[in-house]
Design a protein around this ligand. Structure first.
Ligand SMILES: *[C@@H]1O[C@H](CO)[C@@H](O)[C@H](O)[C@H]1NC(C)=O
Ligand SMILES: *[C@@H]1O[C@H](CO)[C@@H](O)[C@H](O)[C@H]1NC(C)=O
Ligand SMILES: *[C@@H]1O[C@H](CO)[C@@H](O)[C@H](O)[C@H]1NC(C)=O
Length: 481
């Protein structure tokens, strides 16, 4: 008896190791819509230092891919939506894209590209259907190009879709199906993915559920603490991620594709820009997700390991805030690669490791002059200008700098503009209102940040060498004469 039981335990253990082993560690999304992005080599080191083995990109930037060379990190490259139409209309364009942005890196550079993401959430309702006719043909052309290049067995196509391509008529996942207006299109895409051994990629955002619905039960957005689970034919849902994911599983199953692999292309929680976007909630959500991820538990309809990419690696201060002010704060790391909170990826290491070798600008801030009059008619247009051209998403109700007084607000806006413009003197010249200080104006959680140096942020260096050359020339001129 005992022997049999031991064997059974061993087999179960072995089986779980095999299952868990199939999905490599967690992936992350690496977006680069920042005014001062970290150098790709710094980011790749950051990924390695944190044991991250998979990365999802939104384009196929060659500097980024070069930095990933021989890193051992698996890569999903991306095709932006604005390229879909040209790739849909031209097999040749698709072949060029694959040749330049996949084949070249795989063969010569040793970049481990595994997926091509064709478009990014192309069926979001805010796009008004703009990409509905081009997404599938682009997908088909890219797949043909991959086949022609001989890479199709190694590199799979997919389309990262927003979770509103499917819905449920009730709160139960079992009532799930694809959105009626794109139902046929979704079936064609799903069939194409299935025929080509490619996965369905979906972005799932419990934060957005909470953001959009004031009555959404907060605990249901997380992975612990929700008491009144939803019973769906004996399967109990105590968190919206599982329910959302399984709504997709039902939609696939109902239409004959119940076994199509699913990748969670984006999942995460922002830390600023909204009352529900803060460090505590983000830590709770991401750690909750990671603990389940590591356990390989899966969802009620799809037990077993989940394949997922956290959204996102680093904050991006140049993203559109059309979705909301939180949009620039999804990073596990701040813009400078410093961790925001403790997070365990399940290895022996217990926290996140920050980026190393980051160079900051000088310890200087631009603030409102203490003598400035708040009723000055230049105040409002100056703040508006600064916020429009920099980043004021940490101001406002419930945000990290939401408790600043009016003067603090104005200073925050001025400083953001000054830093985004690399602390140029001319960027702290709000008429009679601003002054540069070397005293950090940060208060508590409200940080007045100092920007980092980037390659493009060295106008002085160029100016310097230029003047030096001029001096030499002058010297030459006078000596010769
Ligand atoms: C390769 O990808 C880059 C970055 O996304 C893009 O700008 C470029 O147009 C692509 N090359 C081709 C040949 O399509
Ligand atoms: C979608 O339609 C709305 C309302 O008609 C419009 O305001 C918006 O600019 C459109 N968006 C796109 C991406 O076409
Ligand atoms: C500070 O700025 C934010 C965002 O513009 C605004 O909502 C808030 O009311 C301002 N607070 C004060 C005290 O001026």
């Amino acid at each position: 008896m005992g022997g049999v039981r031991k064997w059974r335990v061993f087999v179960v253990l072995l089986f779980s190791v095999v299952l868990v082993g199939r999905v490599r560690g967690i992936g992350v999304n690496w977006g680069t819509q920042a005014t001062h992005p970290l150098p790709p080599s710094t980011v790749v080191k950051l990924l390695k230092d944190n044991g991250i083995q998979k990365v999802k990109l939104f384009d196929a930037d060659s500097n980024t891919l070069d930095a990933l060379k021989k890193s051992g990190i698996q890569v999903m490259v991306g095709i932006p939506n604005d390229m879909l139409s040209s790739l849909a209309n031209s097999v040749e364009a698709a072949e060029k894209w694959v040749s330049k942005n996949v084949s070249a890196h795989v063969s010569s550079g040793g970049v481990d590209i595994r997926y091509v993401a064709v478009g990014n959430e192309p069926f979001l309702s805010t796009y008004n259907g703009s990409f509905e006719s081009t997404t599938l043909p682009a997908l088909q052309n890219i797949q043909s190009a991959l086949i022609k290049s001989g890479l199709a067995n190694h590199v799979k196509v997919t389309v990262p879709l927003n979770a509103d391509v499917y819905q449920s008529s009730s709160e139960k996942p079992s009532d799930g199906d694809f959105r009626p207006d794109i139902h046929d299109l979704m079936l064609q895409i799903v069939k194409f993915l299935s025929d080509n051994g490619a996965p369905f990629a979906v972005n799932i955002y419990p934060f957005i559920s909470l953001y959009k619905d004031a009555n959404f039960p907060v605990d249901y957005a997380f992975f612990n603490g929700y008491q009144s689970g939803i019973n769906d034919n004996g399967k109990v849902y105590d968190n919206v991620f599982d329910a959302n994911h399984d709504t997709l599983v039902w939609a696939l199953q109902k239409n004959g594709f119940g076994n199509l692999p699913i990748i969670v292309g984006e999942i995460g929680w922002p830390t600023d820009g909204d009352k529900n976007a803060n460090l505590q909630y983000a830590q709770r959500f991401n750690q909750g997700f990671m603990s389940r991820y590591v356990s390989g538990k899966g969802t009620p309809m799809r037990p077993g390991p989940v394949d997922a990419y956290l959204f996102s690696l680093i904050d991006e201060d140049d993203k559109s805030i059309q979705p909301g002010n939180f949009e620039r704060h999804w990073g596990l790391f701040y813009f400078d690669g410093q961790p925001k909170y403790q997070l365990s990826f399940g290895s022996s290491r217990n926290g996140l490791v920050g980026a190393s070798g980051v160079h900051y600008l000088a310890k200087k801030w631009c603030v409102l002059k203490p003598s400035a009059n708040l009723n000055d008619e230049q105040v409002a247009p100056s703040v508006a200008y600064a916020c429009e051209n920099a980043d004021c998403t940490s101001l406002g109700y419930g945000t990290s700098c939401g408790n600043l007084d009016t003067r603090g607000n104005i200073s925050y806006a001025f400083n953001s503009y000054y830093q985004v413009n690399d602390q140029l003197d001319s960027a702290c010249k709000f008429p009679g209102l601003s002054i540069v200080t070397d005293k950090d104006p940060s208060v508590g959680d409200c940080k007045f940040r100092i920007m980092i140096q980037t390659d493009s942020a060295h106008p002085h260096a160029t100016l310097g060498s230029y003047s030096y050359t001029m001096l030499l020339l002058l010297f030459f001129f006078f000596t010769v004469l």
